[in-house]
Design a protein around this ligand. Sequence first.
Ligand SMILES: Cc1cc2nc3c(=O)[nH]c(=O)nc-3n(C[C@H](O)[C@H](O)[C@H](O)COP(=O)(O)OP(=O)(O)OC[C@H]3O[C@@H](n4cnc5c(N)ncnc54)[C@H](O)[C@@H]3O)c2cc1C
Length: 509
Amino acid sequence: MKLDADIKAQLAQYLQLMEGDILLKVSAGSDNVSRDMLSLVDELATMSSHIKVENTQLERTPSFSVNRIGEDTGVTFAGVPLGHEFTSLVLALLQVSGRAPKVDQKVIDQIKSVKGEYHFESYISLSCHNCPDVVQALNLMSILNPGITHTMIDGAAFKEEVESKEVMAVPTVFLNGEPFGSGRMTLEEILAKMGNGPDASELADKDPFDVLVVGGGPAGASAAIYAARKGIRTGIVAERFGGQVMDTMGIENFISVKYTEGPKLVASLEEHVKEYGIDVMNLQRAKRLEKKDLIEVELENGAVLKSKAVILSTGARWRNIGVPGEAEFKNKGVAYCPHCDGPLFEGKHVAVIGGGNSGIEAAIDLAGIVKHVTVLEFMPELKADSVLQERLYSLPNVTVLKNVQTKEITGTDKVNGITYMDRETEEEHHIELQGVFVQIGLVPNTDWLSETVERTRFGEIIVDKHGATNIPGVFAAGDCTDSAYKQIIISMGSGATAALGAFDYLIRN
Ligand SMILES: Cc1cc2nc3c(=O)[nH]c(=O)nc-3n(C[C@H](O)[C@H](O)[C@H](O)COP(=O)(O)OP(=O)(O)OC[C@H]3O[C@@H](n4cnc5c(N)ncnc54)[C@H](O)[C@@H]3O)c2cc1C
């Protein structure tokens, strides 16, 4: 396999940034993937005099590790890290060569201070856009801490291993042989999961804020920037900074930017937020809100933050279908992200539940990978745009079932079928299949507010045109509100409205 000219040109530029020598230890066989890997490694070695190569026997073949001279770093790639993992490869080469990572010094210190032996294995697919963040985070941890190792494993090259470990979603991470987590995770999230997150006691002693934003998606980031630009003390507390945008691949409707990708947009949001000295308290979940003299927001860890005004921007999450088998087989055949997990179902039969735009987009996408897709729609007609429906019906390997109700996702240790009821005849049917993609929309993250803030029957926070809720001083913005449409640009606009509304409230009170 030869690298194409564009990739080679990019590589050449990056490799010039290497700061010292590195050693690639290569474990290869005579299979096709080994041949591709060897050709990649040889090409790398011809492109930089800093790269030395040595043949060896590693735990997996084909694989290669990236090491400092005379010292193993524990960074291993099993398979060929191209596709979405190309950046992971480049970063590993540069960082092992001594180039400083673009990560907060606080986080670097946190990684270095981790004590113990941690051996991570991450199963990925080369078409998964959520995987590189996890691979790069674990690689960096291995490079910085001698007690940590990480092997990236391309599921397509290690099918038997994937089957035996029952990996049905990527990325799936194992730590010391035990399941650790799946889905996109940031460096900070991984550290927190390992028990090395930010110290909760730091939060309890904070002075009251003028504006505290709960939620760090586009709505929260926009609200915080608008508030901070008024020169008032502003904080953001967020379970996961970036929100849904972190799970979004291509974005083509963020006006004035023709195309961007979720994590890239989140990085810009973070940079913009930091520009204003906003106190960002990431990886913290709010569990209670109460209006006293000040408004109090209690976090899961028990700390209570106080503020004169609060903006709720807790967004939304994938809606579950709520049938038997869904929770039991999550990541064991039940999936929510076709872009990420589709490749794991190559050659298999899958179902998509939901006939709206996201469901039909998913079905079209999956039809190019899997053997057969069955779409199940509850209503008598699909709700997706007609252009999507036309494309769907033109595909030979798709069956559409309308006016049907999913009853159960069946399986033993993983999904083996789906049972549905024809709503007209009330007859039950069963289809044997290996994967179910649930695509039935979003539900607002507002359960934690219990009875405090007025909401619609769908749980959406009711706001007026200033973004104000029924509680004086409490505002809301974005997907967690009753706004008619849920989009990035709309969330940002409503975040700005809520911040200006909150500022107006502070002046008057
Ligand atoms: C796969 C996918 C693709 C999409 N593609 C596009 C697109 O191309 N273009 C477009 O315009 N829109 C797209 N959207 C929609 C868009 O992402 C949302 O409309 C937007 O992110 C909403 O922003 P938000 O800030 O209101 O909420 P979110 O993005 O959901 O952010 C919510 C924030 O609140 C935090 N949070 C939640 N609960 C708590 C709690 N109890 N305590 C503390 N923090 C909490 C979350 O961690 C997060 O930081 C897509 C959505 C998905 C899922």
